[in-house]
Design a protein around this ligand. Structure first.
Ligand code: NAD
Length: 257
């Protein structure tokens, strides 16, 4: 039980990497708040965890909206009286709608920045006071391969993922003194609905090229990211602060041949 007596909020925990994280956190003894915009996904995630004996509460949240995030923090305080782990996982990747800046609609830019970046600002702004009150804690942000390399055709998404890494570093310096560690996981090629929609289901996706490039020759699983998130959330990583951890099977360090 590596997260016993910890309260954790995970944004976008209704499916994919966030859901695997919520299940893993609950297995390790955490009380998990599922901050998900989609009611059906959120309720199903809550039920799955509770059926397996875990402690979870779905709080329907649009993490790009200030009022919704403030209500999430108030509800977390009301339910559990503390916050120890904030896992900023929710994002959108708008395949074929996002694009190169010259072709990008201003509304798309605004939408992607709101969900992927404003959400981190808002959850931290309104979550950190509760975390400080709880004696300190851990923030896990979510980057991407797009945080560490140039990926064409999705400039709004890549801008948010680059900013997430920079924000992680500055927050690690700022809040370390208050007992809060801030780290970032950069996944790539994880088998979820997002990756299906952005690549695997896309007729233009060159699977041969991707798998040649991926040193492990396969996609990753959401559980493989959840294992890293549990480590970062637990006291086992007590001296890790400001780290940007690639979890991509080595895909982003492989030269193109
Ligand atoms: N899957 C990958 O290969 C991959 C690669 C790089 C980065 N990532 C990052 O990992 C994270 C999780 O990705 P995933 O593949 O599990 O995505 P996903 O699309 O499968 O799941 C995202 C979840 O976030 C929720 N969500 C969307 N907008 C929200 C909002 N405004 N408020 C609250 N919840 C909201 C969705 O309903 C969904 O349940 C994202 O930050 C993503 O950018 C994933």
């Amino acid at each position: 039980m590596r997260l016993e007596n910890k309260t954790a909020i995970i944004t976008g925990a209704g499916r994919g990497i966030g859901l695997a994280g919520a299940q893993a956190f609950a297995r390790e003894g955490a009380r998990v708040v599922i901050a998900e915009i989609d009611e059906e996904l959120g309720r199903a995630a809550e039920a799955k965890i509770q059926t397996n004996g875990g402690e979870a509460a779905f709080v329907q949240t649009d993490c790009s909206d200030s009022g919704s995030v403030q209500a999430l923090m108030a509800r977390t305080h009301e339910l559990y009286g503390a916050l120890h782990v904030l896992y900023n996982n929710a994002s959108v990747f708008l395949n074929k709608i996002d694009g190169p800046v010259t072709e990008l609609a201003e509304e798309t830019w605004a939408k992607v920045l709101a969900v992927n970046l404003d959400s981190i600002f808002l959850c931290c702004k309104y979550g950190i006071p509760l975390m400080v009150e709880s004696g300190g804690g851990v923030i896990i942000n979510t980057g991407s391969s797009a945080s560490v390399m140039g990926i064409p055709g999705c400039d709004a998404y890549t801008a948010t993922k680059g900013a997430t890494v920079s924000l992680t570093r500055s927050m690690a310096v700022e809040y370390g003194k208050q007992g809060i560690r801030v780290n970032c996981i950069c996944p790539a090629g994880i088998a979820t609905e997002m990756v299906k929609a952005s690549s695997i289901d896309d007729p233009d996706f060159d699977a041969d090229f991707f798998f040649q490039r991926a040193p492990l020759g396969r996609l990753g699983t959401p559980e493989e990211i959840a294992n890293l998130a549990v480590f970062l959330a637990s006291d086992e990583s007590s001296y890790i602060n400001g780290a940007i951890l690639r979890a991509d099977g080595g895909t982003t360090v492989t030269p193109i041949s």
